[in-house]
Design a protein around this ligand. Structure first.
Ligand code: BDP
Length: 335
């Protein structure tokens, strides 16, 4: 009698009533799909970084929802090389998933280059509203034609210059500096517009390139600069914050098309929760990275008058943004 009553109370408590959709879906899932799926996913960052930890969380979700039938095996720390190659592998279906910077996605869907323009987003909040809204969603959908299923945008903060020659406090300090950029012509021209020499090099080759003097420095957000130990070879870090390039995680369309509708739904659901998780992890990590850098007596220059940097990069926005004038106008009006 007591048992029956307590069961009844649990059912009425609302805990069960709160998750009927997902639970019903999962039960249906185990009924229609028993195919095990190990999703191989690559990332240039090590475990413990917001993006890799977020994908590990995504794996936990999928594993728990499917009793271990679906899970993600993460190839972290550049085990599979750079991001351009990873994207190609995903397009071919040799790799199921990868997390990359939007910086290298421009060659696949050109409109993404709007997000790669210097000083494009006004703030993190503005960026979130653009990528989470109509514009961001329509760009993710366009990836399909390039063989990719866009699962979502993650945060990557703002990118700033670092180098081993001198602290950058004004535009003229870039003069003559060889600075590595991501593999996209926009970034080369961006550095050149400020008087430096932009060199496209894959992330997995960057540390050695700086160490051996192929380049004097590079540009990135605090967590990458800190976690990649780039400060060991390029100790002047100036918060120019010239780019706010989001991250993206994508699934192979080739593999996706062979999945059941329910598995696709589970991956989409897990991906949406992963985006939220990564953004929480990101906010905490960005601050921690700056603290770590300061504790290592790295020269972090925060007092930068951004006006002249914005002005110097105007020709880059004109040249590369012209093609997406409508998109840019629409994005600038997003509130
Ligand atoms: C980091 C991004 C990573 C890029 C890297 C780069 O998280 O996806 O590969 O920058 O500069 O911030 O290549």
């Amino acid at each position: 009698m007591t048992v029956t009553l307590s069961k009844f109370n649990i059912l009425r408590s609302g805990r069960f009533l709160a998750m009927p959709v997902l639970v019903a879906g999962l039960m249906l899932g185990s009924a229609v799909s028993t195919k095990a799926l190990e999703i191989k996913s690559s990332d240039v960052h090590p475990m413990g970084y917001p993006t890799t930890d977020a994908i590990a969380y995504m794996s936990e979700l999928l594993e728990s929802w499917t009793s271990g039938r679906m899970k993600i095996k993460i190839f972290h720390s550049m085990q599979l090389g750079g991001e351009k190659e990873a994207l190609e592998q995903v397009q071919l279906g040799a790799l199921e998933m990868t997390r990359v910077s939007v910086g290298v996605v421009g060659p696949i869907v050109e409109e993404f280059n709007a997000f790669n323009l210097p000083y494009f987003f006004k703030s993190t909040d503005h960026m979130h509203k653009v990528v989470d809204g109509e514009i961001g969603t329509s760009l993710l959908n366009k990836l399909e034609a390039g063989g990719l299923i866009g699962l979502g945008y993650m945060d990557a903060g703002s990118r700033s210059f670092y180098n081993k020659v001198r602290p950058i406090t004004k535009v003229s300090d870039l003069k003559g500096l060889k600075l590595r950029v991501m593999q996209n012509p926009i970034f080369v021209e961006m550095v050149n517009s400020m008087g430096g020499n932009g060199l496209p090099i894959a992330y997995n080759e960057l540390y050695t390139a700086m160490q051996t003097g192929v380049v004097d420095g590079a540009e990135n957000n605090p967590p990458s600069y800190e976690s990649g130990k780039h400060y060991e070879v390029a100790g002047n870090y100036s918060l120019t914050e010239h780019l706010m390039v989001p991250e993206i995680f994508v699934f192979s369309k080739k593999v996706w098309d062979g999945l059941s509708a329910l598995d696709q739904q589970l991956i989409r659901k897990a991906a949406a929760m992963t985006v939220t998780k990564e953004r929480e992890l990101w906010a905490a990590r960005e601050q921690r990275s700056l603290d770590i850098l300061r504790s290592k007596v790295i020269n972090v220059i925060t007092e930068i008058d951004k006006g002249p940097f914005i002005k110097a990069t105007e020709p880059v926005r004109m040249k590369f943004g012209g093609k997406f004038a409508d998109l840019i106008k629409k994005a600038s009006m997003v509130k």
